[in-house]
Design a protein around this ligand. Structure first.
Ligand code: FES
Length: 150
């Protein structure tokens, strides 16, 4: 990746995303390794991680469900969706289901305001949601996973 960017520092965010996709979160070892390879201090790496909500140092479920409750989504039912998600998954903000499948997060704007209310599951966006549509989306992830295993 170093050949695709003008400076080593520019490689940091994509490298962190690759590492996180590979191991599920950014472990202390991954942070130190990436810092060493990019000539950055541990603090410089951790500062970038803390800035981006997509990056995490904590283990989370296979699917990270981010429900936007910012203004556009709030006006179109985002808070209701978040409450619905909490009940359906029986977890709260930043918690993970017992089977390790879903982590739930209430987040600020995810850039899909025109299609509010919206959620993001890992890298996928789901828009114009209602509680019923949301149920179908989450059930689809379960189904997809069962098919990939079986
Ligand atoms: S306010 Fe929800 S996507 Fe922008």
């Amino acid at each position: 990746m170093l050949t695709h960017y003008p400076t080593k520092r520019s490689v940091l965010v994509p490298t962190l995303l690759y590492a996180q996709d590979e191991i599920g979160h950014l472990s202390d070892e991954a942070i130190l390794e990436i810092g060493a390879r990019l000539d950055l201090t541990e603090l410089e790496v951790r500062n970038v991680i803390s800035y981006y909500s997509l990056l995490t140092t904590k283990a989370r479920g296979k699917y990270n469900v981010q429900v936007c409750t910012n203004i556009a989504c709030m006006l179109r039912g985002g808070e209701k969706l978040f409450e619905h998600c909490k009940k359906k998954l029986a977890i709260g903000h930043k918690q993970t289901t017992q089977d390790g499948f879903f982590t739930l997060e209430e987040v600020e704007c995810i850039g899909a305001c025109s299609w509010a209310p919206a959620i993001q599951v890992n890298y996928d966006f789901h828009e114009n949601l209602t509680p019923d549509k949301l149920d179908k989306v989450l059930d689809e992830y379960k189904k997809k996973d069962a098919q990939s295993i079986g």
